[in-house]
Design a protein around this ligand. Structure first.
Ligand code: IVH
Length: 651
């Protein structure tokens, strides 16, 4: 294929991919399977790899995350992003309507547009001749943070507006909301907690936190979505009403709410409100009320704005689903499966029509993180259909606080040792020592029968001990003993995971293992040395060091090690690149990314998506971009594809 042919094919592919992006993300109406989509995408990527001079910033391939930023630039909005007058009292809504009628003439017929008020993060999106050029947060309303690099990764935002129905304006600035759906929010939090990281308090915070951080790669990994609801500034198109604006936004491929309705008077608005409120818990995303807007844009102009908000719009909000109350006690509650959970028992409060008097605090770490104690004043919320949660502690000056919460040492209902039960299960889990047959029920039994009080006791078990347990027979008993024996020869990363060190999930355990290569080195490392490890931040480093400083943990580990043979995670022979980190940028000619990744990982190195001072090697292929620039700026070692092959000994 020559360049002209390639150019033509690339254009075709981009148009086709954009069309499917809009069908998928904008309209929720995909027309092709994921496989067919992936084929189109791969073809485009391959062609762009072959003809790098044809890569354009608005190509669908360019959503890929760039290098982390060191800070956000401040940018001016195309027009002020005002806030909304709001209230939860219907009387205030009626007064809003009366003010408008009075100003426009009592006998005029009015039309309101009503729509859900999305509870996310407000952003401005700017398009020039249909191309996405910038996105910024609301900031102070006049200036916000330039979050373009993160927003580019949001697939419901077209990088190029669709122009096959309606011509695109020369310049367009729209306002919208970035959200994370309730289900995705729950999954994200689950993931964060599994990795030992702090979960977000609510979907709104998760969207804001994902957008207002500096690493586009992280943003790309978060399930962000965007809805648009208003035109802030338009050059090259004009509209008479919000209804027209909305139709145009949809025609250009932007995602608009499907729940918009036109209401001819305030009673119709209230009716819409009741309908939406009844559905609130079933909606896939969080909303905190409705927004009522005058439809006619000329009328809006006549009404104008106060310094802070337009006179033509009003947010009619749901009663808040957060209230303040006091923790009466923190109880350890034993669940159906035998897992023990600390629960805050609170003075009952009404939250959104439901009386709330208890909220789970999940686990010991969560209690410590929220710093709550008995007697504390706390903010409690109900989000979506999610069960009540304690959001934060409210500081009360001068009040004497209760003692710190201690997980009871034994189960309040059966008297078994609580901490060890969970520990044992974690220790034997798939990513831990992977002891076949050491599940929840067995762990519970071992503890309940007093056979295992601490982890090292596991290795003192005999078949005879086990056969007298309920549910065990000769065979299952000897199987477990054998499984323990096999697991006692283990890898460092498994041991590090299995120990249940705070903050250390499977990924961190692997990074620690690759970096330090022995348990002695890990346990001797001070926080500074720990923070050297890619993926370990200062807070995490402190907690890991804290774990190994604890005498009880040290003793436990010593005893445990007497029973274990711990191998380095990567076999020493092929670990010549052990502990090194690689970043790939640009296209490789002779290897796919996944092949290259597998090759370095097999030699004990790790691959990261972004360049930092901790990166050892940057492999720069065809049309390498910002990562290469960053690598050069940091003075890192940059390898060509040929250098890289030579380094690995593949020629
Ligand atoms: S219209 C000047 N429509 O609510 C009025 N705002 O509390 C332009 N919001 O900052 C805003 N959903 O971010 C409008 N359907 C919707 C909305 C909406 C959420 C946000 C918006 C604003 C906040 C005000």
């Amino acid at each position: 294929m020559n360049e002209d042919q390639a150019r033509q094919r690339i254009e075709e592919l981009r148009t086709e991919i954009r069309r499917h992006d809009i069908l998928y993300y904008g309209d929720d109406r995909p027309q092709i399977s994921d496989e067919v989509y992936d084929e189109l995408f791969s073809e485009l990527k391959a062609l762009e790899g072959e003809f790098p001079q044809l890569v354009a910033l608005d190509s669908p391939t360019q959503r890929v995350a760039g290098t982390p930023l060191s800070r956000f630039e401040t940018v001016n909005h195309e027009a002020p992003m005002l806030s909304l007058d709001s209230d939860q009292d219907p009387a205030a809504l009626r007064r809003f309507d009366e003010r408008i009628r009075k100003a426009l003439g009592e006998d005029r017929e009015l039309r309101y547009v009503v729509e859900p008020k999305l509870d996310g993060l407000s952003i401005e999106l700017v398009f020039e001749d249909g191309r996405f050029v910038r996105a910024s947060t609301r900031g102070d309303g006049l200036r916000g943070e330039d979050v373009s690099a993160n927003v580019r990764t949001i697939r419901s935002i077209p990088l190029r507006l669709r122009d096959d129905g309606l011509p695109v304006p020369h310049r367009l600035s729209v306002r919208g909301e970035v959200i994370i759906r309730s289900r995705e929010f729950a999954e994200l939090n689950e993931r964060l907690m599994n990795e030992g990281r702090e979960p977000f308090a609510n979907p709104r915070n998760s969207a804001a936190g994902s957008l207002r951080q500096l690493d586009p790669e992280l943003a790309a990994s978060r399930p962000l979505e965007a809805f648009v609801y208003d035109a802030l500034h338009v050059e090259g198109a004009s509209f008479a009403s919000q209804t027209e604006v909305r139709q145009a936004l949809a025609a250009w491929g932007l995602r608009v709410s499907e729940r918009v309705r036109v209401a001819s008077d305030i009673d119709a608005v209230l009716e819409y409100f009741s309908e939406i409120e009844a559905e609130r818990d079933d909606l896939p995303y969080e909303i905190d009320g409705i927004v009522v807007k005058l439809d006619d844009l000329a009328d809006r102009e006549r009404l104008g704005s106060t310094a802070r908000h337009p006179r033509w719009a009003f947010a009619f909000k749901f009663a808040p689903r957060a209230e303040v109350t006091r923790i009466l006690a923190i109880a350890a509650s034993v669940g159906r499966t035998g897992v023990v959970t600390p629960v805050a028992l609170m003075e009952p409060v009404q939250i959104g029509g439901v009386t709330v008097s208890r909220a789970s605090l999940h686990n010991r770490e969560e209690v410590a993180r929220k710093e709550v104690r008995e007697g504390d004043l706390v903010r409690v919320q109900r989000a979506g259909d999610v069960i009540p949660q304690v959001v934060e502690r409210i500081e009360e000056k001068g009040r004497e606080r209760g003692p710190e919460f201690q997980m009871p040492a034994s189960c309040p209902s059966c008297g078994t040792d609580l901490i060890d039960r969970g520990r044992i299960q974690h220790f034997g889990s798939r990513q831990g020592l992977d002891v076949e047959g050491l599940g929840e029920e067995t762990a519970r039994l071992l503890v309940a029968e007093g056979l295992v009080k601490r982890l090292p006791d596991l290795f003192l078990l005999t078949t005879a001990d086990l056969v007298r347990l309920e549910g065990f027979a000769e065979l299952s008993a000897s199987n477990l003993i054998r499984a323990l024996g096999e697991a006692s020869r283990t890898e460092l990363r498994r041991l590090l995971y299995g120990l249940g060190i705070p903050e250390v999930g499977a990924a961190v355990a692997r990074d620690l293992a690759t970096h330090f290569r022995s348990i002695e080195a890990v346990r001797a490392a001070d926080p500074e040395a720990l923070a050297e490890v890619a993926g370990v931040g200062p807070v995490m480093a402190d907690r890991i060091a804290g774990f190994f400083a604890e005498p009880h943990n040290r003793d436990n580990l010593d005893e445990l090690l007497a029973h274990l043979t711990v191998e380095q995670s990567e076999p020493a022979s092929s670990g010549e690149l052990s502990g090194k980190s690689f970043v790939f940028t640009g296209g490789l000619e002779t290897l796919s990314r996944s092949e290259a990744k597998a090759l370095v990982e097999a030699r004990g190195a790790r691959v990261s998506g972004s360049v930092s001072a901790k990166t050892d090697f940057v492999v720069a292929g065809e049309s390498a971009g910002s990562k290469l620039a960053k690598a050069e700026e940091l003075g890192l070692e940059v390898l060509s594809e040929e250098d890289f092959r030579r380094m690995l000994g593949i020629t």
